[in-house]
Design a protein around this ligand. Structure first.
Ligand code: ADP
Ligand code: ASP
Ligand code: MG
Length: 381
């Protein structure tokens, strides 16, 4: 059993979907196929939500674009006499989406629930359309809604996966259903009350990893628009090249620091069961890609495998000779930020103890500075 995940660009339109179909046809063993929303759709959905919350009259402007984007692959890949069912599915969901946006616009209701419900339409639509396209292009598949497989619970206002119940649901389903191809929407999940939740932006990678873990899959293949994890962001650094082999730990470091090709939480479920991941290019399937597993091997004994980066980071420096040898400074500094719910990305302290430097997101910089100034008002004065 293998798990294959196809990202937004791989399922963006009829042209890329024809590549996906070829890849699926070449598989010889049972597979679970996890799909993202068509590329860019989640952004369009969340853009409309934002406009509705800001009470901007043009909040429904993206609906036409969303409809057009989904109709294109339907019209190009499904015989005309078989299109009506899936087109009415699309229209019904778009009407439902429009009603939800109207309600949000009228009620000005900002909730985490709205966010997940609106964002979920991307994967709900893509998975239904892709299943229909597969059916008319020689790949029989069974559809399973991820909200019936992946359960989340709320922890500090974040939805995290309830591991035990998720594993139970996945193993129970696959014990009963041994189809050769099972198609599952990525990203979406539900909580114990049955409400739709999500696994966070880029979360389809994580959905696939959770399923691979529960089924103890032989491998997880992440199919995307580049030929593996590169030595640097390939769209910024033109000399970057794919890395053949990485350990879980190395991949985790690179992905946490901005190599978007893998969503950071994805690796944990795989490490747990020692399941290898291969990152492959949907548009160049013959390329080797990157293999990530538990073995730390290195071509030519190199130590540094790649460089990744994140944008919009601010550095805050607290310094002064009054800090040297005095206990409790760091505690108060971190407390000042945690009281304001500001996340710290990075910390350094020189052994001279003369300064502590913190990295926070740029948008948090001003409130972080104010909180620190207040906490250390006495020392600063
Ligand atoms: P998908 O839609 O398939 O999930 P993503 O856009 O989430 O794809 O991730 C793939 C993108 O990650 C690539 O197109 C590339 O621009 C970006 N990326 C950033 N850093 C790296 C890196 N080090 N190696 C590979 N891709 C990277
Ligand atoms: N569609 C979701 C997003 O854009 C999840 C994913 O693509 O992995 O964040
Ligand atoms: Mg992604």
């Amino acid at each position: 059993m293998k798990v294959l995940k196809f990202g937004g660009t791989s399922v963006a339109n009829s042209k890329s979907l024809s590549k996906v179909i070829e890849i699926l046809k070449s598989q010889s063993e049972p597979i679970v196929v996890v799909v993202s929303a068509l590329g860019g759709i989640t952004d369009l959905l969340l853009g409309m939500l934002q406009l509705a919350l800001e009470r901007k009259e043009n909040f429904k402007d993206n609906l036409d674009e969303i409809e057009k984007r989904h109709l294109e692959p339907i019209k190009a890949c499904i015989p005309i006499q078989n299109q009506s069912g899936i087109i009415s599915f699309l229209k019904n969901h778009l009407n439902e989406l429009e009603s939800r946006l109207d309600a949000i616009f009228l009620l000005e209701e900002v909730t985490v629930k709205n966010n997940a419900t609106i964002a979920s339409y991307g994967e709900i639509l893509s998975s239904a359309i892709i299943q229909e396209i597969l059916k008319y292009n020689g790949v029989e598949s069974v559809f399973k809604d991820a909200r019936e497989l992946i359960q989340t619970e709320s922890n500090n206002n974040r939805d995290i996966v309830s591991e035990a119940s998720t594993i139970k649901k996945i193993t129970a389903y696959f014990k009963e259903n041994q189809s050769k191809v099972v198609l599952v929407p990525g990203f979406i999940s539900s909580n114990a009350s049955g409400e739709t939740t999500t696994l966070g932006r880029g979360g389809s990678d994580y959905s696939a990893a959770i399923i691979a873990n529960a089924l103890e899959a032989k491998v997880l293949e992440i199919w995307t628009d580049v030929s593996g994890m590169y030595t640097a962001h390939p769209k910024i650094v033109t000399q970057a090249k794919p890395i053949k082999k990485l350990s879980y730990y190395e991949a985790m470091e690179l992905s946490h620091f901005g190599a978007k090709v893998i969503y950071p939480p994805t690796l944990q479920p795989l490490v747990e069961k020692n399941i290898p991941i291969v990152i492959k290019n949907t548009f160049a399937p013959e390329d080797e890609g990157t293999l990530i597993d538990g073995n730390a091997s290195s071509e030519n004994g190199e130590i540094v495998k790649g460089i990744s980066h994140i944008d919009n980071v601010a550095l805050l420096n607290l310094e002064g000779s009054g800090m040297i040898g005095i206990t409790g400074f760091s505690k108060r500094l971190f407390e000042a930020l945690s009281d304001e719910d500001i996340n710290i990305i990075m910390i350094t302290q020189a052994s001279s103890e003369h300064s502590i430097c913190l990295g926070v997101r740029s948008e948090d910089a001003l409130s972080a500075k104010e909180a620190i100034d207040q906490k250390f008002e006495f020392e600063i004065s």
